[in-house]
Design a binder for this molecule. Structure first.
Ligand code: NAP
Length: 283
């Protein structure tokens, strides 16, 4: 039953009709008996500022921001968490008495999956990240904050990989090496413990492609993808055939939901309930 007392939470974006966050978060709110409700809201670019200002004045605990507003939102906030500042994007906002604070949970969400499900000890491991866009930036910044042995960042546009590595090495921890996403750059793949696809390659319209030469993957590696539609990208399919442990992007969705839930409610959700809600939504 939704009343004027119900705390609202929204996902704001351009096309959020297919977002799985509402089903996952509402199941987790209900499970803990919280009077919270999560709604998807499509927002046109011209209306974004008005929508955010309006939300700040209503009974919202906060909201999630998705494409294409993760940068735009920053100018409306009262405070930005330092991790989000380094990443340069905000995807979660907490509202307390009209005061809006922005966070970035993409990287922390992904890295929790590496630690909890991949059972990887980050300080003892080396990583190869494909991509230097928003999500890859978030993952590599949080990974660096855990002091890994080495993080190779390979991107189609090499200058973006260079810029990202320079920033992380200066501001967080000196562990990143930029690479081009060509044959020369990819020769580092067999040497790492964890391979992470943080690019769009593997989802539509690139669902028949792998971002790297899959013959370089070997069975002792953990292979992860930020993509969850399809559930197994070509990269993950081949890695699984080779005996690798694989983790898709749904993990990141769940763990970043866990972090956001804590910001909005002050308590932790039951992860199993969130995973189950996603499973049911697929059936
Ligand atoms: P983005 O900022 O646009 O970055 C895209 C990245 O992919 C860039 O590094 C880009 O390289 C690379 N790329 C794009 N097309 C390419 C091509 N044809 N060949 C080689 N590289 C290519 O996007 P993003 O926000 O980081 O999102 C990346 C992925 O994360 C998307 O698939 C998105 O669905 C997924 N995602 C997942 C979650 C989750 O919860 N699991 C959350 C958010 C996003 P250049 O720099 O050279 O352009």
């Amino acid at each position: 039953m939704i009343t004027t007392k119900t705390k609202l939470v929204a996902i704001l974006g351009d096309h959020v009709a297919h977002s799985k966050s509402p089903v996952m978060m509402n199941a987790a709110f209900q499970d803990k008996g919280l009077d919270y409700y999560y709604i998807p809201v499509d927002v046109a670019a011209d209306d974004f500022g008005d929508v955010v200002r309006g939300i700040s004045k209503m009974n919202f605990a906060g909201f999630t921001i998705t494409m294409p507003y993760k940068l735009e939102i920053m100018k409306y906030l009262d405070e930005i968490d330092p991790v989000a500042e380094v990443i340069g994007a905000v995807n979660t906002v907490k509202i307390t008495d009209k005061y809006m604070k922005g966070y970035n949970t993409d990287g922390e969400g992904f890295v929790r999956g590496i630690e909890r499900d991949g059972k990887v000890k980050i300080q003892e491991s080396t990583f190869f990240i494909i991509g230097a866009g928003g999500v890859a930036r978030a993952i590599s910044a949080v990974l660096a904050s855990r002091h890994p042995r080495m993080v190779y960042i390979a991107n189609r546009t090499f200058s973006k990989a260079e810029e990202l590595c320079r920033k992380i090495n200066e501001k967080i921890y000196d562990c990143c090496v930029p690479l081009p996403l060509d044959q020369e750059g990819q020769r580092y793949i067999p040497m790492v413990n964890v391979v992470i696809n943080g690019s769009n390659i593997g989802m539509k319209p690139y669902e028949k492609e792998s971002p790297v030469d899959v013959s370089l993957i070997h069975g002792n590696q953990l292979v992860m993808d930020v993509i969850y539609q399809p559930a197994k990208t070509i990269l993950l399919q081949v890695a699984e055939e080779k005996g690798c442990q694989i983790i898709n992007g749904e993990n990141m969705l769940v763990y970043q939901g866990e972090i956001a839930y804590h910001h909005w409610t002050g308590i932790d959700p039951d992860i199993a309930v969130m995973k189950r809600a996603l499973e049911v939504s697929r059936e």
